[in-house]
Design a protein around this ligand. Sequence first.
Ligand code: GAL
Length: 633
Amino acid sequence: MKRTLGVCYYPEHWPEAQWAEDAARMAKLGLTWVRIGEFAWSRMEPQPGRMDWDWLDRAIATLGAAGLKVVLGTPTATPPRWMLDRHPDMIAVDRDGKPRGFGSRRHYCFSHKGYLAECARIVGLMAERYGRNPHVGAWQTDNEYGCHDTTISYSKSAEAGFRDWLAQKYQSPQALNRAWGNVFWSMEYASFDEIGLPNLMVTEGNPSHLMDFRRFSSDQVVAFNRVQTDIIRRHSPCPIAHNYMGQVTEFDHFKVGADLEIASWDSYPLGFLSDRIPASPEHKRRFAHQGDPDFQAFHHDLYRAVGRGRWWIMEQQPGPVNWAPYNPDPLPGMARLWAWEAFAHGAEAVCYFRWRQAPFAQEQMHAGLLRPDSVAAPAHDEAAQVARELADMPDVDLAKADVALVFDYASDWAWQIQPQGRGFHYFWLAFHMYRGLRRLGLNVDILPPDAVDLSAYKLVLGPGLMTLSPALIKALGTCRGAALLGPRTNSKTADFAIPVPLPPNLPGLAATVLRVESLPPDMPVDLAEGGAILHWREKLETTAQVVEASTDGWPALIAAGGLHYLAGWPDDQALARMLTRLCAAQGIETDPLPEGLRRRDTKRHRFFFNYNAVPAEWGGVTIPAAGVHWTMR
Ligand code: GAL
């Protein structure tokens, strides 16, 4: 497959006289795609019902004439100011009951029916007009669902929607009362209309109530997106994408992705490291100009699964961003490395954000491929280098991975609702396992929780999965390789209760969790073979083989045949040992890499990515700081 580059562009930000030259420079740089339109509602419809498409017609024609293909974004993340006069209650409401005002973006509630109708209207007009435009090659719905904490809203519309959703799910208030256990604290309801949203309560809410609200909120995003995809498909043969974010888990991306041809995500490695990755100050310092060595790859693999194989980078960091606590400059080479790493994980396209730095408004401190004065910024030349290299590269088709990691959005909601200890965070548990595998030089596939075929894998990891579906249990049963489950796997029913028989209740594994305890970060429990259990530990009664135990004698890792259960959160040292042994037993070759160096195999190539600020020596070659190295396999 031909892999391509692109850029995000805002024709409405620049004088029309500049468009043709911009387009010519993009084409000369070697770009294929230009994403436009996703924030331009106030220019498409300056007043309610008064449409102005002429400028967009001309922008698309100008880009197309230069040989570029357009990704056309629907503008529904930025409703214009007049929209609020028409729908004053369309704004989302935060946990404290305060409306979230106009003046930035994503100022809408997914449950507001009036706003949804406005979205359907503008998307319909766009799709009719551009659905068969020869220069439009793909669509993007909205922009970054859930970004800026916008999935969950405590509005009146959400409350009404939630009551309907519950009525459909449970059919009677009595059934809901039973499922939630509302006899506890006299919480029983006589009608669905009595049920409120789970905010502004005196103390903690019922976890079943919170969990259903999280499921409902996720379903609202799915439904909102589906309104757009249904309309676009009626008018356009082009694939539809959405641009997801890093570590946004409030909606089930697998479910949104089922309605899209392509998953894409917006990769800002330095912003993410500064803003959202819990890491030691030393790690943050070491990788401040390069990004975390595993965070991007994790999302590449996750979104490859969300896109059922088809995925892009829709926005790639080109230089310093403006929105993180600290915004360092990428080391020379990183704008190239990030793109190559995405291609090695199967990205069809990598689009840089943005073409030219805007000297005005919120993102004036955010770099682009060009400076505000149109002179090339450093990433411009790195993108040009990637374009030349892509032209020379035969292909970077995916190789099969031996190892899979099951990722489940609902489990993230569950353990946010009931962490039972501050250090327990599902996303970071899954990421920790992923990092452990990558440190051993392994390719990893991420799978959804309803994966039914695990037969291709020699090792499958399923940490922290709240409820194992019957399909996954069956798939695990027929898996010929090893599986590593736990901690907390299968420890709740779908209604958010403790199941009886007690967890983990895995077919073929004689083990019961008698007791769990959570631990502060400075209270690790040592393992007999070295390393420790952190944050979370389970006391198991078992007749299965005890593979590892803690120094106080409790089983830490048990096995029955290939099925393994982990009774806690292993630290780096323990995890590396456990994974190395599991791999060895399954005949999976490992390559323990030096800090900051990562490896990725494609069908024909072996890539090395050096996230360090100094050169790395490995396998007889020197990989420059922030450098990429590949060889034929
Ligand atoms: C993304 C967003 C873009 C831009 C960018 C800045 O989250 O989709 O519109 O704001 O961040 O880094």
